[in-house]
Structures are given as C-alpha cells and as structure tokens.
Ligand binder design. Structure first.
Ligand code: ZN
Length: 319
C-alpha cells in the first residue's frame, strides 16, 4: 500500500515560522509553502513537489522563479494543472541506482541581490524489487557480435537524441491510461539482475501481457520522437509528453505511427510482438522523467495526484 504522507512545510519568512529545522536567520520576503507527495521515496519512484503561494506578496506566476534542485540536478517548475492560480509543481525522479539514505530538495531564490535557500529533507528507501540470479548463461548469448555492437552504439546516439526534451509545456490533460486494454503484469519494474552476487542490470520497464498482435495505445498525448526497429527493443515507439516526460513501447510487431506524429491519449500506436531481444511477445513499457527511468505504475499514481484523479491501489511487489 503506497501510503501518501502529505507534508506541508511552511516557508513564511516574515512570520518567523521555522521551516523544518532550518535556521531562522533568513529575512527574505517570500511567502510560500512546499508540499511533498511523500517524505519517503523508493529508488526508481517519483516525487511530486508543489509550491503554494502563502502570502499577499506572491502574485500568480511569481513562484516559477524558484530554483529547485537535488544534488546537481535542477528540476523545472510548471504551473499546476488542477490547483488555483499561482501554484507550481516539479516532478523529481529518483534514479534506480540512488543509494538509500537521507537526501534534500534545495529551493533557492534571489531577492535584492541576495540568495535565499531552504532545504526540504526526504529519505530514499530501497524499492520493493525482487532479485533474479543470473548464472550459466553462455557468453555468446550475452555478448553481441562486432556488427551488432556497431549497430547498438549507433542506436544509443539516436535514442539519446530522441530523449532530448523539446517541449517545455505540458501536453497532457490527465493521468496515464494503460497501453493495453487489459492490464496484466508479467514482470514488474525494477527486478535486480544479480550476476555472481553483483548487480549487473535491472528491469527498467514494466512488462504487460500482450499476445502477438494486441493493439497498443498511447498512455497520453504527445509527439512521437522515435518509431523504428532497435537491436534490443525491437520495433519501438518513444513519445514525448512535455515537461521532460517520455513513455516507450518495445518489441512491437507493427508500427502505425512515425517520428514527428502528434498522438492523442489512447491513440493506436501499433501491435504487440516479440521483436528485439525477447523470447515471447509482450509489451515492455517504460516511463522517464528528465531522462531518469522510473516505475511506470508509481509514476501513473503521481500523475493521478497531480490531476486529482482516483489512485488505483498498487500491489507492493509491482514496483
Ligand atoms: Zn521488460
């Protein structure tokens, strides 16, 4: 059960209120509060940060000049789609390889040539991911040939370019829908692949049951950034939804869209299949935020919170 703790932290400076345990010697005039979807977040999950004007000095739009960061990563703020004027939000994807432990969201702004900042602490916890032991796989099965290797290297550049965000604005008006009509999980996001006791790789997507020829639909509206055959992913569609959000659909047998197409939520993208490095037909569905691959199910819940839609209860082992 994903218990959503809502933290409301007040950063009203003139009132002298403490902001968590931040020092009181900030004399800025900004009045806003921060709300975080959860104070605990698993690696591979996403946080929703909302910044809410809390004083007469915060006219609509002004909070967009706050700078939000975690470590060296800057997270852009966008106007909130379902809250009153002036509220802004950021989506913070926690990398799968993030180390569990305390972390902070840093919020900074400039006033009269002075820089002010607040730290919002949160905890990264180990996600509910299972391990898969890999042993006895012949090297020839896992090591691509020289020709394949060149192809993979070429495709990595194409994929990286496709992930470059071109849309600042949100192209969505709702949470995700599932890309298949009937949702059956065959392999959850995040399963660790352990080889000789070392984390070799992990399952970076959610596998949904989709027998050969099952119609696959866009999870949300957006622009097709990639629709082509790739060595690992087979026939693959990548959609950009704005705000650094991308969804990917792999191993398809037929593609009904092409790069540059604008698609709407629920639009038919193609048919499922077993192309690429797979043994049976299924859909490998991926979601990324600012280039960080995250759990599609948990991200769908975060979007439901943003759009104030009912949140479907997720099985704890579904990543
Ligand atoms: Zn998969």
């Amino acid at each position: 059960m994903n218990l959503v703790l809502t933290l409301i932290l007040t950063a009203v400076c003139l009132g002298g209120e403490t902001f968590f345990h931040a020092p009181r010697n900030y004399l800025g005039e900004r009045a806003f509060s921060l709300r975080l979807s959860d104070e605990r977040v698993a690696n591979g999950h996403t946080l929703l940060l909302e910044c809410i004007p809390a004083g007469p000095g915060e006219e609509p739009g002004r909070l967009a000049d706050l700078t939000v960061s975690t470590g060296s990563r800057i997270h852009r703020l966008y106007p909130h789609p379902t809250s009153p004027d002036g509220v802004v939000f950021a989506l913070i994807g926690i990398p799968y390889r993030a180390v569990p432990g305390p972390d902070t969201i840093h919020v900074e702004w400039t006033e009269s040539d002075r820089i002010y900042g607040r730290d919002l602490p949160f905890n990264v916890v180990a996600g509910p991911y299972r391990s898969e032991q890999i042993r006895g796989v012949p090297q020839s099965r896992v090591t691509p040939s020289v020709t394949d290797f060149r192809r993979i290297a070429r495709e990595q550049k194409i994929i990286a370019a496709a992930y470059e965000a071109v849309r600042d604005t949100l192209m969505m008006e709702d949470t995700f829908r599932y890309p298949v009509e009937k949702k059956t999980i065959t392999s959850p996001y995040g399963t660790r692949r352990v080889f000789n006791g070392q984390l070799r790789s992990y399952h970076g997507g959610l596998d949904l049951r989709a027998y050969e020829g099952t119609p696959l639909y866009a999870a949300q509206s957006g622009v097709v950034k990639l629709a082509q055959n790739l060595f690992y992913s087979g026939n693959h569609v990548l959609i950009e939804h704005g705000m650094g959000i991308h969804t990917g659909y792999s191993h398809m047998s037929r593609l009904y869209v092409k790069t540059g197409d604008e698609v709407s939520r629920g639009q038919l993208l193609g048919l499922s299949g077993a192309t690429g490095r797979v043994t049976a037909a299924h859909l490998h569905w991926t979601v990324s935020v600012d280039g960080v691959g995250v759990s599609p199910l948990q991200f769908t819940e975060i979007l439901a919170m943003l759009y104030q839609k009912p949140v479907e209860v997720r099985h704890p082992n579904d990543g």
